[in-house]
Ligand binder design. Structure first.
Ligand code: 13P
Ligand code: SF4
Length: 339
């Protein structure tokens, strides 16, 4: 646990927040909707959240869509049903608003794989490189970044940089390798980080599954390893994957990303079949343990008590935000989001 997280957790313990229990007779959906109205709060949820959280959210989206919503909302409180780096991004984009995260321990293995102090030293070895960081990184890492990207806009961000300009890409080595292949960039140094969920898929078990479902399309998120991506009929961000399942005539899909996205896929195409890609063993490893820390009970408590709140030092907001603003500007110019 980081020092900041330990301090914030101690603060919640002192307030008795961590011992609070929810009255089991409460209608949580009705209570959450009441709190939303009373407090002028908006619930932003990532596709990897539990389906009951997705169903109560005001907006469900991928990292790019969520950032844009956080920047534009007129609500007083942003309740972020996602993980820590996403709530931090929302705070950087709307620093005057109160940003809440139902469980402060909802972190990210990918963000954790790139500690800012180590990255700072690494960056010093490449003084003439531009730093492009995947948005799945800490707020402090964003202060060491020139341009952020998400899986929706990563290709456009790389292509917006002159060909002769060398790049450091952090923290995801799998997305980095995919970008290198897709854009033909050779002068790219890649940090050795990865997401625990997207590295777990089994090549052998996917091949067997495809043999049993010969008409199924195999679709994958670019955080997966190259040997998994090489088999894919389509590679894209969570929004890209969802749109593909809506527009493609196939009626069966094997999906290599966190299993939460299947809820929206099934809702959008009730007549189609969605099969989560199998992991290496029989665990539920394609459920992100961080994303799944959020529950309806925690969402209710967080809105009722306005805790835990995401707080960031001013210098982190100022320096980190510039890399997100650049990303949003390039995405807008590339027609990936509306202004
Ligand atoms: P996107 O929502 O941008 O596809 O990213 C997926 C992810 O790993 C979020 O943690
Ligand atoms: Fe992080 Fe992977 Fe979970 Fe996304 S799915 S929050 S990248 S650990």
């Amino acid at each position: 646990m980081s020092t900041e997280l330990a301090t914030a957790t101690q603060h919640l313990e002192r307030k008795g927040f961590l011992d609070l229990e929810v009255d089991p007779t409460l209608d949580l959906v009705a209570e959450i909707n009441r709190l939303k109205k009373e407090k002028n709060a908006i619930i932003l949820a990532h596709y990897y959240q539990e389906s009951e959280i997705q169903d109560i959210a005001d907006y469900i989206g991928d990292s790019l869509g969520l950032s844009q919503k956080a920047a534009q909302t007129e609500a007083d409180i942003i309740v972020f049903a996602g993980v820590h780096f996403m709530a931090e991004t929302a705070k950087m984009l709307s620093p005057q608003k109160k940003v809440l995260l139902p469980d402060l321990k909802a972190g990210c293995s990918l963000a954790d794989s790139c500690p800012p102090a180590l990255f700072k030293k690494f960056k010093e070895k490449y003084p003439d490189h531009i730093v492009v960081s995947y948005i799945n990184c800490t707020a402090e890492l964003k202060t060491l970044t020139d341009i952020c990207c998400t899986s929706t806009n990563a290709v456009a961000i790389i292509e917006s940089i002159p060909k002769e300009q060398p790049i450091i890409f952090a923290p995801d080595k799998n997305l980095g390798a995919y970008l290198q292949k897709k854009t033909g960039r050779e002068n790219m140094v890649i940090w050795n980080g990865a997401c625990m969920v997207h590295e777990i898929f089994s090549h052998e078990r996917i091949v067997k599954l495809r043999n049993r479902h010969p008409n199924a399309k195999f679709i994958a998120h670019p955080e997966c390893e190259a040997h998994i991506l090489d088999m894919a009929d389509y590679i894209g961000s969570t929004t890209g994957l969802l749109k593909y399942t809506i527009n493609d005539p196939a009626t069966e899909f094997i999906v290599a990303t966190e299993a939460g996205i299947l809820h929206q896929m099934q809702k959008s195409s009730p007549h189609k079949t969605f099969i989560p890609a199998p992991p290496e063993n029989n665990c539920a490893c394609n459920d992100c343990p961080h994303m799944k820390l959020n529950t309806l009970e925690k969402l209710y408590l967080c809105m009722e008590h306005e805790l835990p709140e995401i707080l960031l030092p001013d210098w982190v907001i100022e320096q980190g935000r510039a890399s997100i603003d650049r990303m949003l500007k390039i995405s807008e110019a590339a027609g990936l989001i509306s202004g």
